[in-house]
Design a protein around this ligand. Structure first.
Ligand code: HEC
Length: 124
């Protein structure tokens, strides 16, 4: 039984990218982890030293009105799907060469939780 379950899980892992590395995100844990981001980002529609992440999920990259983004991010053409966020947070400079955001979130589960939290704030 356990063996069967393991096979099903490993098949699911192979077939559903994005679920491969981490369990479904926990928004409450994500909210705590957001303390790593909140020095620069607000989740209210206000701009700190970095653009607001209010409703970021589904938003076009570089689209907060009045924020002076790097050309790299403005021209990236990225839509912040969960996968795109995961990729960016894992290594911003690698995902968007020339972006001014330097902080990365190396642990898969931490990214999943932070993204679940961002999703819980609304957006598309
Ligand atoms: C030291 C300041 C700083 C920290 C800490 C930081 N960021 Fe950023 N972030 C930025 C800056 C600056 C930009 C704009 C980058 C650009 O213009 O290239 C940005 C951009 C972003 C964007 C793109 C927003 C958009 O409107 O396109 C996302 C998403 C993001 N950060 C998520 C996060 C998350 C999640 C964390 C915490 C894990 C985090 N950031 C931590 C400075 C920071």
């Amino acid at each position: 039984m356990l063996h069967a379950l393991r096979s099903i899980l490993s098949i699911a892992t192979v077939c559903i990218p994005g679920l491969a590395a981490a369990d479904a995100g926990d928004p409450l844990r994500g909210q705590q982890l957001f303390s790593r981001c909140s020095g620069c980002h607000s989740v209210q529609p206000e701009t700190k030293s970095a653009p607001s992440l209010n409703g970021v999920v589904g938003r076009k990259a570089g689209s907060v009105e009045g924020y002076a983004y790097s050309t790299a991010l403005s021209n990236s053409g990225i839509i912040w799907t969960e996968d795109a966020l995961d990729n960016y947070l894992a290594g911003p400079a690698k995902a968007v060469r020339g972006t001014r955001m330097t902080l990365s979130v190396p642990r898969d589960q931490d990214r999943a939780d932070i993204i679940a939290y961002l999703k819980s704030l609304g957006g598309q």
